[in-house]
Write a protein that binds this ligand. Structure first.
Ligand code: OAD
Length: 244
């Protein structure tokens, strides 16, 4: 049940910003970071694989983990929550979608403008020089080597202890600060700086809304908490506000 006050606010709001996390892709079959992994990778903690130190220690292990995630993503399809956000963009004059996800599922659902805070799994870059690499020779070595400098290649994603893309985080801060309504969806809200975006919105007078089946450290500070799966709550919200 979507609160009537929220429905009324959304009907007249112009500036809306949304932050998404791994939970929004959970219903597409992509495991979140903080849930136990199954199968082949069950013995590893994602937070211990997604670091430059892990890559230095064991580049093959980290490359293989991302290769597995790439296959998962390639076989996944966007779910109703991704489609609802793509539709929301068409209803609003100023809508900003900020994601911590690296899976392109928002874009595949039709979202046109997506600010990617943590990079994208589909891109590859040189670990040594940081330049994007589009093609390389497959020699059977894992990870493959940069055709320019011979260093290892890595996914163009942000790892723990690494800086976020400057332009993306700057735009995200600006849009959070200027939002009338800010949604925090499917994120555990523990990884900085993304987790501070709802707080920036709140401090600048926004109505903040969390959509998550489980409470997070930010739940108590939210104006509205829509407890449930994003794939259920978002289509219901869209229907309640815009009728589709
Ligand atoms: P997490 O794995 O930390 O949290 C996923 C959140 O989604 C949890 O709060 C779940 O309760 C919630 N959730 C699960 N299923 C859901 C559903 N169907 N609908 C809505 N919510 C659901 O993922 P993130 O918060 O995205 O960073 O993690 C943040 C960052 O930490 C990631 O981008 C990644 C990770 O380590 C890096 O790799 C740098």
């Amino acid at each position: 049940m979507i609160p009537l006050e929220l429905i009324a606010t959304l009907r007249t709001a112009t500036h809306i910003a949304v932050l998404t996390g791994a939970g929004i892709s959970a219903e597409s079959g992509i495991p979140t970071f903080r849930e136990a992994q199954t199968g082949l990778w069950a013995q590893y903690e994602p937070t211990e694989l997604a670091t430059p130190e892990a890559f230095r220690r064991n580049p093959k292990l980290v490359w293989d983990w991302y290769a597995w995630r790439r296959t998962l993503v390639a076989n996944a399809t966007p779910n109703p929550s991704h489609f609802a956000l793509a539709a929301m963009e068409t209803h609003l004059p100023s809508f900003t979608l900020i994601t911590q996800n690296i899976d392109s599922l928002h874009q595949r659902a039709g979202s046109r403008k997506v600010i990617e805070l943590h990079g994208n799994l589909a891109r590859t870059k040189c670990f040594r020089e940081g330049v994007i690499v589009e093609t390389w020779e497959e020699t059977g070595e894992t990870p493959p080597r940069c055709p320019r400098c011979g260093g290892f290649l890595r996914p163009d994603v942000v790892w723990f202890n690494e800086a976020l893309p400057a332009e993306a985080i700057k735009t995200a801060y600006d849009k959070a600060g200027g939002a009338e309504v800010f949604f925090s969806i499917g994120t555990s809200a523990v990884v900085q700086p993304a987790a501070s975006l709802p707080i920036i919105a709140l401090q600048n007078g926004a109505i903040v809304v969390e959509i998550n089946p489980t409470p997070t450290p930010l739940t108590d500070r939210m104006t509205f908490v829509l407890e449930g799966k994003a794939g259920v709550v978002l289509p219901e919200l869209l229907q309640s506000v815009w009728g589709n």
